[in-house]
Design a protein around this ligand. Sequence first.
Ligand SMILES: C[S@@+](CC[C@H](N)C(=O)[O-])C[C@H]1O[C@@H](n2cnc3c(N)ncnc32)[C@H](O)[C@@H]1O
Length: 257
Amino acid sequence: MTQEEDAQMEEEDAEKAQHYENMDEMPYELQKYWHQRYLIFSLYDDGIMFTKSAWFGVTPEPVARKIAAHIALAAPKHKTAIIDAFGGAGGSAIALARSGRWDQVFAIEKDPEVIKCGKRNAEIYGVSKKIWWIQGDCFDVLKARFKGVGKNYVIFASPPWGGPQYTDTTIFDLKKMEPYSIEHIYSNFAKVTKDIVLYLPRNSNLNQLVKYASADREMPIIHYCMKGASKALCAYVGEFSYPLQNGANEAETAIQE
Ligand SMILES: C[S@@+](CC[C@H](N)C(=O)[O-])C[C@H]1O[C@@H](n2cnc3c(N)ncnc32)[C@H](O)[C@@H]1O
């Protein structure tokens, strides 16, 4: 086997869905996530699965739970379903399903190995029957399957941020977010529903978000923190009620139980 083939095989292996049993199985650059594994998924030892790239993107459980509680409270009452457009390993979709607020939770994920992780992780949390996983490109799937019916839906979007480099600048330019700019995401998703929760880097340029606010109502933008530091922010675009805090603790407790 040539060196190139060897390297390629290693790369392919790294992107397979698997349960990591110990830190030595993980590439060096991922080992910091190993120490946070129970914060990311409290049921990690039950067989939680990741691909290499899924470790980078997953929303840690306490953050996912708080966001799910906020969405449950603040979304317009007539909304009956939610679509997690970038389902990943299921961190967000599992919390949304556990909130009990939704008749249906859809999770779209384009990577077949990552979707395996999401499905397995949802099983571990006992919500596999509550999440409809759809493998595909969310822009295509939303257009083909949800345009028209989507007015009764909320979209939750935690897109890729272009890797850990988002921390390299003080203010993150959402127009240059890779591979999808904020405009690309919003303009496509707004064709399905106007109620969209955007999960974005904590240093996102807020001036680029305010244009999505309507003239006559507030648009909450909330930082979600762990251990005293912001992990990310969510922009609640559309007709979400504000303030979100009333009842949020009760809603979150309900998710834990
Ligand atoms: C930041 S992660 C989402 C993490 C997820 N919220 C969680 O908590 O596990 C982004 C995910 O979007 C997926 N993705 C990227 N582009 C996509 C697309 N066009 N359609 C569907 N999924 C996509 C990636 O494979 C990745 O798993």
